[in-house]
Design a protein around this ligand. Structure first.
Ligand SMILES: C[S@@+](CC[C@H](N)C(=O)[O-])C[C@H]1O[C@@H](n2cnc3c(N)ncnc32)[C@H](O)[C@@H]1O
Length: 261
């Protein structure tokens, strides 16, 4: 019986979409945005663009013509190895990178911190930044315009529009915001009545996702206060642990500072 179950699971697995970060194929419009942005920053005229990362390929055996630039989305699990390999050979690159590990390698490349949530062809949403050796001595930089372009493109694919509701409407997401930030709140039945949509949504045939409750003035005021408290606690949580700089590190900083104009 167990064997039959294993065979069935293996059979079903063949049809499942892969969701590992190594199999995040880049949607063409995302690639075009990145390539377009890069060509506004760096003169790519005459440079052959190379994309060496594909299944059953070894990037070390691909041809890199003089002056070419690798603009591609590498397997994230080999990120450090790939960066070192290109740096050692002087191959120019601009690579997609997993946002959270972008600072994790001590090597002379530029970390372009973007952090846009890109949805790849396999459906995985991966917070994405970039790594490159095309930006000279820059250690790290934020790229707000690239973030904006990618985020706008992703938003236009999002089938769920973002709604905002007045404080007199209670939705499940309001209470879940309280729960996840440590705020306890109970709403009595006498202060609320169930609604599927607001009158203002009727003409456009829209409904409240998950349904909602109209609240009395008193309960709406409590809800507003609770949400303010949740936001305050959230902000506090984010900035909670302050680490100190040691004397040894102060010496390093002094040396770095002496070397700066
Ligand atoms: C994140 S996917 C991106 C695929 C494609 N370049 C794109 O942008 O849509 C990374 C690809 O690199 C491939 N890959 C894994 N190891 C590789 C290697 N050593 N050399 C070249 N490609 C490799 C994986 O099979 C996968 O298809």
């Amino acid at each position: 019986m167990k064997k039959r179950q294993d065979d069935y699971e293996a059979f079903v697995a063949k049809f499942e979409r892969k969701r590992t970060s190594d199999d995040c194929y880049t949607p063409p419009e995302v690639y075009d945005i990145v390539h377009g942005w890069l060509s506004e920053q760096v003169d790519l005229r005459g440079a052959q663009i190379v994309r060496p990362f594909w299944p059953d390929t070894d990037y070390r055996r691909v041809e890199y013509p003089d002056g070419c630039v690798v603009v591609d989305n590498p397997p994230f699990s080999k990120f450090a190895e790939i960066i070192r390999w290109y740096l050692e050979r002087g191959v120019r690159f601009f690579l997609f990178a997993q946002h959270k590990t972008i600072f994790n390698l001590d090597a002379p490349y530029t970390r372009l911190v973007c952090g846009a949530d890109v949805i790849y062809e396999n459906g995985a949403a991966v917070r994405t930044s970039f790594a490159s050796n095309l930006f000279g001595d820059t250690l790290a930089m934020s790229v707000p315009d690239l973030y904006e372009r990618l985020t706008t493109a992703m938003r236009s694919k999002d089938p769920l529009p973002r709604y905002s509701y007045p404080s007199h409407l209670l939705t499940f997401s309001d209470l879940s915001r309280c729960a996840s930030h440590g705020v306890a709140l109970s709403i009595p039945r006498s202060g609320a009545t169930f609604v599927r949509r607001l009158d203002s949504q009727q003409a456009v045939k829209k409904y409240i996702y998950g349904g909602g409750f109209l609240l009395s003035d008193q309960q709406a005021a409590r809800m507003e206060e609770a949400l303010r408290e949740a936001d305050r606690l959230k902000a506090e949580k984010v900035a909670s642990v302050a680490w100190a700089i040691s004397d040894r590190e102060r010496e390093i900083i002094a040396q770095l500072s002496a070397g700066q104009a």
